[in-house]
Design a binder for this molecule. Sequence first.
Ligand code: FAD
Length: 400
Amino acid sequence: MKQLTISEKLCTSCGACVSACPFGALRMESVAVVDCNLCTLCGACVDACPVSAITRPESAAAVPVTDVIWRDVWVFAEVEDGHIHPVVLELLGEGRRLADQLGERLVAVLPGHETQRLVAPLVVGGADHVLVVDRPELACFQDEPYTAVLTELIRRHHPAIVLCGATTVGRSLIPRVAILANAGLTADCTALAIDPKTRRLLQTRPAFGGNIYATIECPVSRPQMATVRPKVMKPLAADPARKGEVRLDQVADALLAARAVRIGYTAEVSNTANIAEADIIVAGGRGLLKAENFRLLEDLARELGAAVGASRAAVDAGWMPYSHQIGQTGKTVCPRLYIACGISGQIQHLAGMSSSDVIVAINKDATAPIFKTATYGIVGDVVALLPKLTEAFRAAKQRA
Ligand SMILES: Cc1cc2nc3c(=O)[nH]c(=O)nc-3n(C[C@H](O)[C@H](O)[C@H](O)COP(=O)(O)OP(=O)(O)OC[C@H]3O[C@@H](n4cnc5c(N)ncnc54)[C@H](O)[C@@H]3O)c2cc1C
């Protein structure tokens, strides 16, 4: 087992390492002693020790940024049920911006089998380059071979940035890759940017229960890895004239072994409206006052062909099922039109809907924070306004 080495000769029992350890893994006896069950080899104690008495095992140390040239922005091209997952195109849109800022290439990494028809959407979606590993063993996602292949490609090509969707597949795959690559990983980012001075990736995500947004940098290890939930970033407009290169890499058979046996694929079945895919969403919050008033929202939704969403307050009150919750701990949505009814606009709700194209807010409090994000605002009693709005849309449709 890899563990810290503490030099009895050098240790002065000053205790700096004990206070520096974020995991409570060190205690002071005659010299510092490490509890290997708690130690993550993060290295905080190594940096804190004033007499260099602590060393990490060789392979636990992050790869120094300066040892090799890390360049290009990579997007993991997840395939779902034979198609490129929509989040990949969203990440290519964001990755394009980052790569242009760095003056580097945007690379889509596509492990799979019979991948030829999947390359074009990646190039049209923004990739300069598609890096393919095509093997029958990679026909469907499996943790072990995908982890081994992606890690091997990272070791071979040294990308500066690796982006992946925070999907079921991404959440399973990318932490494993980050561990094997000794890289940092920021999950569920809501914004990505490049620091123009350091050229580092600035990864912003909610922290401390969503009460603040933290921007995280990775100064000492590469690649810089981040996941982003579906619908947070915008895809580029597809450009069929865009040209890209394809490179086929070979990998050793040993990397393709899997201990798990795949027995099949079953798509998630839901009886409720899929708010994540809806073009129009009408969402209700505590301002609807009671469960029965969600019928008013459903009437409006029917008229608009919309899905019904809810704030966490409405879900916690039992007025709507959790599958309709929008926000940090619910779904992230990006409809063309979002109508927020009796929702105050707390940061955790905004995290799930603020990238909607047009936001209309109805709230009786003119100072409600939702009005800062809204494109249009209506100050008034939502319970009284909803039937009138439904009627107005119905009449307009009949006239049209
Ligand atoms: C870790 C964490 C995760 C969270 N995740 C989520 C999440 O995923 N999604 C989410 O939504 N929240 C989430 N929350 C909760 C979030 O902080 C807010 O508490 C929640 O969004 C508030 O819901 P609301 O706007 O419906 O209720 P309130 O904040 O109570 O707002 C109700 C609004 O309705 C207005 N109103 C009242 N009566 C009327 C009326 N008759 N007509 C018009 N307007 C009226 C009020 O002026 C007020 O602005 C999370 C919180 C934490 C700590």
